[in-house]
Unconditional design. Structure first.
Length: 157
């Protein structure tokens, strides 16, 4: 397996926190990857996984444990247009609030489950950021992304 040419961060967000996290990762990991692209999930479908890229799903959780509104179309297309995604390597940043224990980080976890069902290979563990923890999501998620990217690049050599 060859090293992908870029990191593609797919963003599911309601309040722009996930987008800010993705932008921080883009800046904080620029020295590790020649090309990093942040793309909001609006209008995307399963075909986005046809690109030569490493993927990070960066998703908040909305309502009663749902994916954000802008992520619905992509999420639903993973079920309505299923195809084998065995060549896809990805990581997940799930944003949530442990005050909602039943649905904590479900937005990102739902993407993880659906991608795994289609044969995509997650690298490392899902990173769960807790809004109640008092940490800045941009800082801790960027630190995770640097470690994850090193692991992911090693895994694709």
């Amino acid at each position: 397996m060859s090293t992908p040419s870029k990191l593609l961060i797919l963003v599911g967000t309601m309040t722009n926190t996930a987008e800010h996290v993705a932008q921080a990762i883009e800046m904080g990991c620029a020295d590790l990857m020649p090309s990093i692209e942040v793309r909001l999930m609006e209008g995307l479908d399963i075909r986005v996984f046809e690109e030569d890229a490493l993927y990070v799903i960066c998703s908040s959780t909305h309502g009663s444990g749902d994916v954000p509104d802008n992520a619905h179309h992509l999420y639903e297309s993973l079920a309505s247009e299923p195809r084998y995604l065995g060549s896809v390597r990805y990581g997940v940043i799930a944003l949530g609030d442990s005050a909602y224990a039943q649905t904590f980080c479900n937005g990102g976890l739902q993407f993880d489950e659906r991608l795994a069902d289609l044969g995509a290979v997650r690298i490392g563990e899902v990173f769960r950021h807790d809004a109640s923890a008092g940490t800045e999501p941009e800082v801790v998620c960027t630190a995770w992304a640097r470690e994850w990217l090193a692991l992911a690049l090693h895994a694709t050599v």
